[in-house]
Design a binder for this molecule. Structure first.
Ligand SMILES: C[S@@+](CC[C@H](N)C(=O)[O-])C[C@H]1O[C@@H](n2cnc3c(N)ncnc32)[C@H](O)[C@@H]1O
Length: 285
């Protein structure tokens, strides 16, 4: 990157340095310079002529190097926007993805605002799904679980900084965290990338256990769909995020376990990313 002295010059040079290393070089450069200067993107855009000190430019270049090495922007800034919330993220958690907002939206459509529903978020990571639902449905009773203690620490800290204190955070593998309990809705964005998927290479900065459950990619979803009926109240439902090519397989798993009204929901690019279904009767066992 050449020597540059104003915000607009530094940003241009930063975006050039990220070409070929990021799908959104300009945006990444803005977020990283904003981190260094303690400004948001609007403030950068409002003062393109502001001088950037040598120490600030050096700090920016160091962040660009990490980004070029594959570190997600959110790990470098420590923050990610999700739904209406700004959440803290660290390498202990998956960086929340926009497609997960499809899951939140689908769940909210089925959670009336005026009725207190019991909701379980399995594999909560940074807590984004549970926090988004809690922010929109203050009467819900929400439980969020993860097998990772590091992830739960991030989620709890997010709840504290957002002033959301009604979520119960529990550690354990899937339903082991809630033995004998039942819920009205269970939501989950579990790991679903196949272990041999080459896409994992580009995601190596994120926790592997958040991304892949095993060889086929369906192992965690199979477990959750199989056990969910014994943790649902009558007329309860399950909503799961999955890969764009897993919709048919996940719908078949739902049907095999007695779920009704099984349907898929697509993301904004028209790819099937969420499957939902309900059960009519309480299942024992
Ligand atoms: C794809 S990430 C989703 C994180 C977050 N819900 C989101 O949407 O950004 C999957 C999460 O499942 C957790 N996980 C993996 N295996 C698990 C298990 N056996 N039991 C509970 N959680 C698990 C991971 O630690 C990770 O936080």
């Amino acid at each position: 990157m050449s020597v540059a002295s104003t915000i607009s010059e530094v940003l241009r040079a930063g975006a050039r340095a990220l070409e070929g290393h990021s799908g959104s070089p300009s945006l990444d450069a803005q977020l990283l310079l904003g981190k260094v200067l303690g400004s948001n993107r609007a403030a950068l855009a409002a003062h393109p002529e502001r001088p950037v000190a040598a120490a600030e430019a050096a700090a920016f270049r160091a962040l660009l190097e990490e980004r070029r090495a594959g570190v997600p922007v959110a790990y470098l800034t420590g923050v990610r926007e999700f739904w209406t919330l700004a959440v803290a993220v660290s390498p202990a958690v998956l960086v929340p993805r926009p497609e997960t907002e499809v899951l939140v939206e689908a769940a909210l459509e089925r959670l009336p605002a005026d009725v207190p529903r019991a909701v379980l978020d399995l594999g909560t990571g940074s807590g984004v799904i549970a926090l988004a639902i809690a922010s929109e449905r203050p009467r819900s009773r929400i439980t969020a679980t993860d097998v990772s203690a590091g992830a739960l620490a991030v989620a709890r800290a997010n709840a504290a900084s957002l002033g959301i204190d009604r979520i119960r955070w529990l550690r354990g593998s899937w339903f082991d965290a809630v033995p004998g309990e039942r819920f009205d809705w269970i939501v989950s964005n579990p790991p679903y990338v196949a272990a041999a998927d080459p896409a994992l290479v580009a995601l190596s900065a994120e926790p592997r256990e958040a991304l892949t459950p095993g060889n086929s990619g369906l192992e965690a979803i199979e477990r959750i769909v199989a056990d969910a009926p014994r943790h649902l109240n009558a007329a309860g439902g399950l909503a799961i995020e999955h890969g764009a090519d897993q919709g048919d397989a996940v719908a078949a798993l739902f049907a095999a376990r007695g779920f009704e009204a099984v349907r898929g929901v697509s993301d904004h690019a028209g790819r099937p990313r969420v499957t939902l279904g309900t059960i009519s009767d309480v299942q024992r066992g």
